[in-house]
Design a protein around this ligand. Sequence first.
Ligand SMILES: Nc1ncnc2c1ncn2[C@@H]1O[C@H](COP(=O)(O)OP(=O)(O)OP(=O)(O)O)[C@@H](O)[C@H]1O
Ligand SMILES: [Mg+2]
Length: 287
Amino acid sequence: MTAGINIIAVANQKGGVGKTTTTVTLAGLLAQQGYHTLMVDLDPHGSLTSYFNFDPETIKDSVYNLYQQAVNKTPLVVDKIIQATRFERLSLFPASTALATLEKQLGGRSGMGLVLAQALKQLDKTYQYVLIDCPPMLGMLMINALAACDQLVIPVQTEFLAIKGLQRMLRTLKMIEHSLHTPVSYHVLPTLYDQRTRASKECLQTLREDYKTHISSVVIPVDTKFRDASYAGKPLSMMAANTHGVLAYSQFLEEIGTGDIKHSDNATVQQQVNKQINNSADYQQAM
Ligand SMILES: Nc1ncnc2c1ncn2[C@@H]1O[C@H](COP(=O)(O)OP(=O)(O)OP(=O)(O)O)[C@@H](O)[C@H]1O
Ligand SMILES: [Mg+2]
């Protein structure tokens, strides 16, 4: 781990599993706990960048600059690219759609996998946490995230196709660990869990049986408030701190030893989450 900074990558090659939601929610919680937190958008679609009302089509400075600087062998200039958000202690390293051209331009070039790790080293006195939102594809950008991170979170939607996606992601991880010569510590986080569907329940059970050592005991439930939060451009914890989705993410932070470790009774928190899931309007509507 880089001294003073804890870098968490959020990745899965499968799309729509909750990577951006996980990045925003964890970052929001950490910023509220008093930590200087940076979110990095590595997805050429720029969903995280758009979430905070920056336009990835027109933004002038973005993660893309780093790779240009690396190619030109000029020093990496990081701080000019970082944008403050309207939330205290929460900053953004934005993406631009130009990132989509990087794979073609630089894919084969050596040394490009470590650019982000080198850039983040400059920030170890400024930030305590960095959350990296990855694109849903294997490529140079994902390799950069895995090479830079201290911990990897793999959100997995609790449905069967997603388990296939997880297997693919873990094969990718093995490959990258092999070329980095270092293991990456990872957590599989079940997301979009709908306890009223058999598919969700069975999928969760399969995940727990097959990935015993890496599966989180915390499950992120379906919570429609996440959509409201993205519409409002706010981390959900800053809008509605006590919804079951936020409670689950904050319990996940505790579980992975990140942020404020409250040493709360996990069983009690899980019960609280379950109770909220049962009472939730989402599930009432689904019935
Ligand atoms: N726990 C949840 N409950 C309800 N909706 C959710 C939840 N998590 C994510 N969503 C919604 O699901 C959609 C996909 O989520 P998100 O964008 O976080 O996934 P992603 O993995 O980043 O997708 P992509 O691979 O396209 O980048 C979004 O509309 C988001 O608001
Ligand atoms: Mg995303």
